[in-house]
Structures are given as C-alpha cells and as structure tokens.
Design a protein around this ligand. Structure first.
Ligand code: SF4
Length: 314
C-alpha cells in the first residue's frame, strides 16, 4: 500500500459513545449479512447469506490496522464491525489473533450474534476483549418480523449459541437490544425479551432505538422517557445507548445519502472519510463504499496531507 492509497477496510478512529475512540474495521462487502433488519441504517440487505467466506485478505487488514495505529494516538478500541455481519468473514479469528500480536488496544466485535452457535465462530471470538451481540425479539415470530433472518437461522439455535458463548467468554458481553415503537417496544415484548436476557446473563444490557433512518419507513423509535421506564424490566446493568443525533429531526431524518451528496461536499473542500460521514450524518461504512465506487468511476481521488487521507474530486 503506498502512502497515498486509502485504507479499504479500516476507518477512524471515530468517536463512539460506548467505545470512546474506536478504530473501525469492516470485514464484509456492503450489506452482506445474515439478517435483513427492518431498522438497519444501511438499508435493505443486498446479500442475505450464512455462507462464511474469506471476504478480506487477513494480511492486508492487519497491515491497515498497524498503519492506522502508527499514525494516530491509541484508540480506546479496535472494533470489528462495519457494513454487514463481521463473523461471516472466515479470517475474523486470525485477524483478532494478529491484532493481539502487535498492540494492547482491546478488540471489540459488534455482531448480530446469529452465528455464535457455529463452533468456528464461537472459537474465533474467544480472543476478543468485548463482544456486543444483538437480541431484538423475545420470540420466533417477532424475530422474523424485525430481523428477517436467513431461512437457515433458527431462533432457538441462535439463542442457544448466544447463551453458550456468554457462559464461557472470558471478556465482557454487552447485549444490545433495539426496541421499535409499536412492535418490540411494548410491555409484552419487553417482558419476553427480559426473560431471555435472564438466561443469557450478559455483563451489560444496552437499550437502543431507531433514531437513524431505517431500512423500512414503517419503523419508528421509542421515545426516551419510555426507554427509561423499560430499562427497569431488565436484569443487571442496563445502559440506554439510544442517542438522537442533533441533526436528525424527530422520528426519522435525512434520507440515505447519494453519490452526488458526497461529490457536492468534496467540490467545496477536501474531506477525510470521517468528515464526510459527519457532514452528511451517514454511516462511515456506507460512505467508504460509495467513495470506492466514485474512485473506480474516476470521479474522486485521494491526497495525503500530514499523515491523513483527504478525498478530492479527480
Ligand atoms: S442492523 Fe446489523 S444485523 Fe441487521 S441487517 Fe443491518 S448490518 Fe445486518
């Protein structure tokens, strides 16, 4: 990788309310996922799969992470996440082990938890420091309505994997629960999800709701006051991590970005990936994929200045 070539899998560090300064690592192509959640801020899943593949080159990813660490102050976490389900990548275990070989920065994995019952996935995540899986429904019917899983994923098998993993994982498990108004954000579903949480026994529960533009327009966030009320239904430490972005209007906000939004921004001034994501209120992973396409089309290029990569019109 030359000095001016932009990283393809690593972004940030970006400020994260939960993880401090988080260096993000994206391990799968855009919207390659085992779920097609109605609330997904990246839009509908374009590649619904449970097939684990070598989506990235382990050495290239490790090289990008090492370079990012050399460039920046130490982030609080190196976070494997991004624009789909990171456990679909076959190299995830090797990547975690590789990171451990050159830095003490803790490794977090943000996963939907759908594949923790697969022995190879269970084992691969064991060396991480923090795993943040999801559980958004208390029964099979709501699981299918909210997460719209790949047909091969069974609710009870998924739950069993989550329970078994949490029981033996030496690091921390923070279970994220996305509550949606009128569907899972109801007292009945809260009671049902809380029952499941009692069996899983995570270190923390993180309640979230869909403030960012969702895949389906019918999805609405649960108001803050109600989230606070619901928090008391869950066992153990419960954090409310829902944060309504200042620039989004209540109940929705900016529509998904388009290539022209990025191009217009870059015509005004050179921007880093993080500047663009911040400026447009978009997910960095989505911006990265769009920049890649714009670069291939010859419309944008990069320029390095003082160790940072800026995007500019070609
Ligand atoms: S929210 Fe996460 S798990 Fe759900 S479809 Fe989007 S990327 Fe996949």
């Amino acid at each position: 990788m030359s000095e001016t070539s932009a990283p393809r899998h690593v972004y940030g560090p970006v400020p994260s309310r939960r993880l401090g300064r988080s260096l993000g690592v994206d391990l799968v192509p855009y919207k390659t996922c085992t779920y097609d959640c109605v609330y997904c801020q990246l839009g509908r899943t374009t590649h619904l799969t449970i097939e684990r593949r070598a989506y990235v080159d382990v050495d290239i990813v490790l090289d990008e992470i090492e370079r990012a660490l050399a460039r920046d102050q130490q982030p609080d976490y190196i976070t494997l996440a991004g624009s789909g389900e990171p456990t679909l990548d076959l190299g995830i275990g090797e990547i975690i082990a590789g990171i451990k070989g050159f830095t003490e920065v803790p490794v977090a994995v943000l996963t939907n938890g759908s594949l923790l019952w697969v022995p190879e996935v269970h084992d691969a995540l064991m060396a991480a420091d923090l795993v943040v899986p999801s559980l958004d429904a208390g029964d099979r019917s709501w699981f299918h309505r909210v997460n719209r899983p790949h047909p091969a994923i069974d609710f009870d098998t998924m739950l069993g994997g989550l329970e078994a993993f949490t029981r033996v994982f030496p690091g921390e498990v923070w279970l994220e629960i996305m509550l949606l108004a009128g569907t899972t954000g109801t007292p009945e579903q809260i009671a049902s999800i809380a029952d499941r949480v009692r069996r899983i026994r995570p270190d923390r529960v993180q309640l979230n709701t869909a403030w960012r533009p969702p895949a389906e327009a019918s999805v609405h966030p649960v108001p803050d006051v109600r989230l606070e009320r619901y928090a008391s239904a869950f066992p153990g430490i419960v954090d409310i991590v829902a944060e309504r972005p200042e620039h989004l209007s209540e109940g929705g906000g900016k529509a998904a970005i388009e290539d022209e939004d990025i191009f217009t921004l870059l015509e005004r001034r050179p921007c880093t990936l993080e500047d663009i994501a911040e400026g447009l209120g978009a997910h960095v992973a989505e911006v990265l994929k769009r920049l890649d396409a714009l670069r291939v089309a010859g419309r944008v290029t990069t320029s390095a200045r003082e160790g940072r990569t800026f995007w500019i019109p070609s």
